[in-house]
Every structure is written in structure tokens, then in C-alpha cells.
Ligand binder design. Structure first.
Ligand code: SF4
Length: 330
């Protein structure tokens, strides 16, 4: 493990128990997140991006469960802790930002009180000290005149301002990791750019590691350091953002990168790849992408490709299996 890793996910599998048996939704994925790094997780809806994020923040909903693997936060395994301990970690050591800020904010409580409550839940501060810290956080995330805004309610803020408040809540206890799930999808383009710049600054100045779940390649191009591409519950390519955006190797990743919308052209979302992604429980044998892949060969429908090193990236595709296959869990 890299000593600077804030988060290590090793062979993580997630299953859903149904009356037809156990259905695998995430199949043995592994990645690391260094301190201060922004890792973008991309893929179509249903690829398992949000499920992975929810597992990290302890918000997997039944009947979903971690079926294998482990999650280490700053070297400490957290996936097997009792629920109460996991709850303490959530919010303190791992912050969360979701697409709709209203799901994270209490409409009946002033934003200042929400911040003070979150701060005092996680940090041993007096009410006065927590209030001062709340003001500082509001200022840090770009809320002008925090003293006046402190006592206002969520509905008195714009969508962009509400998302800033959610970010203030997420960083209130100085978490090592933030999971941001489509944090800018509901926002106007200009506001989106401001929120991305704020996240970038948090990673750079505070050393917070950010896992950014998005289906918007423009967002990835804007702020991610590395990008991981998921398809049908598996990681198919992971590497430095420049390398993956410029020359993705996996045919699915290459298809995704075929069109990267700029922030000014958000109507252009994921490029079209013929066909649709299979649902969990209906994954084809071998490489799950083979029915849609123009480069599929006989081996592709028989054998699941393993991740192998190719330049600075790792790729799970038989076209690149001449690379150095990685041991499980790396
Ligand atoms: Fe295509 Fe085969 Fe590579 Fe899968 S393993 S992406 S089917 S070439």
C-alpha cells in the first residue's frame, strides 16, 4: 500500500440478495486514493459508480451488502466495523456530497445551526468555538457575509449556494476523504465551474482525497487527477486523466472518451455506444462488454480479462493482456 494512500479499496464485491439468489453488482474492484488526489469514477448509469461510493460512506441500502474485499481508511480497515463505529466515521473521516443539496440539509433548521450541530457531533468544541468554526467554513466555501447568512434557512439560498453549504458540512470535521456523487449535475454551468474550483481547492489546500462520481466527462477533464472507468460492476481502465482522456485503451473507455463535452456544452453528455449495458444478474460470460465491442474476439466471450499495466494505466481487456497482469487486490 502506498503510505500516502488515504483510501484503499481492495477486491470489493457488493451483492444483492434476491429470491433468485445472490446477484453480484460490484465484482472485485480495487483502487487507491492518495491524499489530495481527485479520482473520477465514470461509466453509464447502472455501472456501479454510486454503489461503490455508498459502500465507502457506509450507506449501502439493503438488500445490498458487501460480499467480499476490504476498505481501508488511512491504513485502518473500516468495512468490518460495527454499525455504530461506521456511523462515527461517516461525516467525521469520510464526508459526502450528493447531487441534490436538499437531501443533505434540514429545511427546518438554519444553516448555521446545522453546521454547529455537525461540528459538535464530531469535534470536542464549545458552542461558541463551534459557531466561530461554522462562520469560517461558510466563508471558506464562498458564502458572502457569513454572520448574516448563519441564521438563514436552506430555502433562502440558491442551488449553488446550498451545494456550497453541503460542502461546508462535508468538510466540517476535516475528513480525510470526500465522496462526491454527481455534485454539480443539478447546477447551472457557471455555478458548476465554481463548485468544481472549490473542490479542487479543498484537495490541494487541505489534502482531502476526493472520489468524484460522475457521468459527465467534462467534469472529469476539468478537475480529476486520475480516472477510473466502470462497466457492469467492474473496473475496466484506470489511469492518469490526461492519458485516459487522450488515449483510452479499453474499447468501452475509448468510446466514452470519444466525445468530451466542454463545460460550456453540457447538453452533450456521454457519447453513444451502440447497445446498452446489461443489468446485474444478466452480465454476459467473459468480458461483459463483448456483445457491444467491435473488437471482440473468441476469447472475449469465454474469459474475464484481468487488469494489466499498460503505460501508466491499468486496463482489463484481452487486447492488452500482454501487459503485466496485476496481482489480485492491487
Ligand atoms: Fe472488447 Fe474483448 Fe477487450 Fe472486452 S476483452 S473490451 S470484448 S476486445
Amino acid at each position: 500500500m502506498n503510505p500516502a494512500s488515504a483510501l484503499v479499496v481492495r477486491d470489493l464485491s457488493i451483492s444483492f440478495d434476491s429470491r433468485h439468489g445472490s446477484i453480484t453488482a460490484i465484482d472485485s474492484i480495487s483502487f487507491q486514493l492518495a491524499k489530495g488526489e481527485i479520482l473520477g469514477i465514470v461509466g453509464e448509469s447502472g455501472a456501479g459508480k454510486s454503489l461503490t461510493g455508498n459502500a465507502l460512506i457506509g450507506l449501502l441500502q439493503g438488500p445490498g451488502r458487501i460480499a467480499g474485499g476490504e476498505i481501508l481508511l488511512d491504513g485502518q480497515r473500516i468495512d468490518n466495523l460495527p454499525p455504530e463505529d461506521q456511523r462515527k466515521i461517516r461525516g467525521k473521516r469520510i464526508g459526502a456530497i450528493f447531487q441534490d443539496p436538499l437531501t443533505s440539509l434540514d429545511p427546518l433548521m438554519s444553516v448555521g445551526d446545522q453546521l454547529v450541530e455537525t461540528i459538535r457531533t464530531h469535534l470536542p468544541l464549545t458552542a461558541t468555538a463551534a459557531r466561530g468554526r461554522a462562520m469560517d467554513l461558510l466563508a471558506e466555501v464562498g458564502i458572502a457575509d457569513p454572520a448574516k447568512r448563519f441564521g438563514q434557512y436552506p430555502h433562502q439560498f440558491s442551488g449553488g449556494m446550498r451545494q456550497r453549504i453541503v460542502i461546508a458540512l462535508a468538510i466540517a470535521a476535516e475528513p480525510e476523504v470526500i465522496v462526491a456523487d454527481e455534485p454539480t449535475t443539478a447546477l447551472d454551468v457557471s455555478i458548476q465551474a465554481q463548485i468544481l474550483a472549490l473542490l479542487r481547492r479543498l484537495a490541494r489546500d487541505r489534502g482531502t482525497a476526493i472520489m468524484l462520481v460522475t457521468h459527465d466527462m467534462g467534469v472529469i477533464a476539468e478537475i480529476a487527477d486520475r480516472v477510473a472507468v466502470m462497466y457492469a460492476g467492474r473496473l475496466v481502465e484506470i489511469g492518469p486523466v490526461d492519458e485516459v482522456l487522450r488515449a483510452a485503451r479499453h474499447p468501452y473507455a475509448a468510446g466514452l472518451m470519444g466525445l468530451i463535452p466542454s463545460l460550456a456544452r453540457r447538453e452533450a453528455r456521454l457519447p453513444q455506444i451502440a447497445g446498452s449495458m446489461p443489468r446485474p444478474g444478466h452480465w454476459p460470460q467473459g468480458c461483459s462488454f463483448h456483445p457491444r465491442c467491435a473488437q471482440a474476439g473468441p476469447r472475449c466471450s469465454a474469459e474475464v480479462p484481468v487488469l494489466a499495466s499498460v503505460a501508466a494505466s491499468t486496463v482489463a481487456c484481452h487486447l492488452f493482456s500482454g501487459g503485466t497482469a496485476l496481482p489480485k487486490g492491487t
